[in-house]
Design a protein around this ligand. Structure first.
Ligand code: FES
Length: 139
């Protein structure tokens, strides 16, 4: 009589453990994050973010970490914070015409981050970009 009770308890624990494991797996899944618009390799975010200069398309740019890096003309690199100045949403795309926030449609200049079309009214925050060898460091 004891054996079936023990078996039942073991089964319940096992079922409980399995259920918990399933719940943990289902509840702990991290949401998918957006990728970089230009296909760049993200080497980090925040201060000291690096990217190979060759990964920044001439006449366009890319999003790397919390920055947008552009190359408005060959060999000239600019960097800006990637948060749109309208409602602080991350910009999503860099085209050959502009840095684009798809949230409400603001666009910003590749050369200086100024507003091309609103609703944003303030330029993107300028960041510092330095070229050393073939690597850009943005901060
Ligand atoms: S948050 Fe970018 S346009 Fe509104």
């Amino acid at each position: 009589m004891t054996q079936p009770l023990h078996s039942r308890r073991t089964a319940l624990v096992t079922v409980g453990g399995t259920t918990l494991a399933v719940c943990l797996a289902g509840c702990s899944a991290a949401p998918a994050t957006g990728g970089t618009a230009g296909g760049a390799t993200t080497a980090g975010t925040g201060a000291g973010t690096t990217i190979k200069a060759a990964e920044v398309p001439e006449g366009s740019g890319t999003i790397v970490g919390s920055y947008v890096v552009t190359q408005p003309k060959k060999g000239t690199f600019e960097a800006f914070g990637s948060l749109c100045t309208h409602q602080k949403q991350p910009v999503q795309q860099v085209t050959d015409a502009a840095i684009v926030c798809g949230r409400h449609g603001s666009t910003f200049s590749l050369a200086d981050g100024s507003v091309l079309t609103g609703p944003a009214t303030t330029a993107l925050t300028k960041a510092t970009v330095t070229l050393s060898g073939d690597t850009l460091t943005i901060s």
